[in-house]
Design a protein around this ligand. Structure first.
Ligand SMILES: NC(=O)c1ccc[n+]([C@@H]2O[C@H](COP(=O)([O-])OP(=O)(O)OC[C@H]3O[C@@H](n4cnc5c(N)ncnc54)[C@H](OP(=O)(O)O)[C@@H]3O)[C@@H](O)[C@H]2O)c1
Length: 258
């Protein structure tokens, strides 16, 4: 049985990844802070699909707890075939209005955790000559809109760079760049989902994961699921930077409180 480790598995996109992968026959290691939700997921997936699900509670913003997850990823006795770096959250305040502690914690979860877990995974995978890393970034990574989009830009460029570095080694690396997805993300960030985007802009988390895994099979390095977001991505790639950072275009991605 191949094994996948999914961060942020207790809700939203990470939960959808875990469910789809269990259905595909993967054993799982599920990571998030909320142990109770992970244990419920473990029971549900083991009962439904007969796979092994290991619960690994951790706050990825905490260096010691992150290291425990990295040690699990690197464990040669229990190899991880697929790493999904998915855990993340949006900030409730603008950079100027926020504390530096909250900004640093955000950076630790969105960037440092992806860096550390990818490093642990890629070395083990390269030694075995196989493995896949999916880093969940965002369409916001193509915009210039607050520290969230800056952090996600790092995730996209880092993933592209690592994909080049591992080309031909049997290790695949992908940045998944979703647009608006119906999850707990907006509620947690204090964003009114009904006002954030019109209905046609919203993606379903299960469909997003199916599209992402199909793109993995195709060898896509930057996956942008949804026709509407593929058009936006193409336009943004060719747009002058003055448009990319225009507040009227990017304001919907910004935190709603200053
Ligand atoms: N929803 C969207 O519109 C959207 C669009 C583009 C990209 N994304 C990205 O997609 C990823 C998943 O977000 P989602 O939409 O599924 O949001 P979600 O429903 O709020 O789920 C976020 C997950 O991350 C976990 N998490 C948050 N902080 C953590 C920490 N410090 N340590 C460990 N786990 C932590 C949460 O679990 P616990 O609370 O139990 O720790 C939860 O499982 C994020 O990286 C997000 O930036 C989302």
């Amino acid at each position: 049985m191949p094994t996948a480790l999914v961060t942020g598995a207790s809700a939203g996109i990470g939960r959808s990844f875990s469910t789809r992968l269990a259905r595909d026959g993967y054993d799982l290691v599920v990571v998030a802070r909320n142990e109770q939700r992970l244990t419920e997921l473990q029971r549900e997936l083991q009962d439904a699909h007969g796979v092994q699900v290991e619960v690994l509670p951790a706050d990825l913003g905490d260096r010691q707890q992150l290291q425990r997850v990295a040690d699990r990823v690197a464990d040669p006795e229990r190899p991880i075939d697929l790493l999904v770096n998915n855990a993340g959250f949006g900030l409730r305040k603008s950079f100027v209005g926020n504390t530096i502690e909250e900004e640093e914690n955000h950076l630790d979860v969105l960037v440092r955790a992806v860096l550390v877990l990818s490093h642990a995974a890629v070395r083990a995978m390269r030694a075995r000559g196989s493995g896949t890393i999916i880093n969940v970034s965002s369409v916001a990574s193509f915009l210039a809109s607050g520290t969230y989009s800056a952090a996600k830009s790092w995730v996209t460029v880092f993933s592209e760079s690592l994909a080049s570095e591992t080309a031909g080694t049997g290790v695949r690396v992908m940045a998944l760049c979703p647009g608006f997805v119906r999850t707990e993300f907006h509620g947690r960030a204090g964003i009114d989902a009904d006002k954030a985007a019109p209905g046609f802009m919203w993606l379903d988390a299960d469909r997003l994961v199916d599209d992402c895994l199909a793109d993995v099979e195709r060898g896509t390095v930057v996956s942008v699921p949804g026709k509407q977001y593929q058009v936006i991505h193409t336009l943004l790639r060719h747009a002058p930077r003055a448009i990319v950072r225009n507040p009227r275009i990017v304001s919907r991605h910004r935190p709603n409180k200053s």
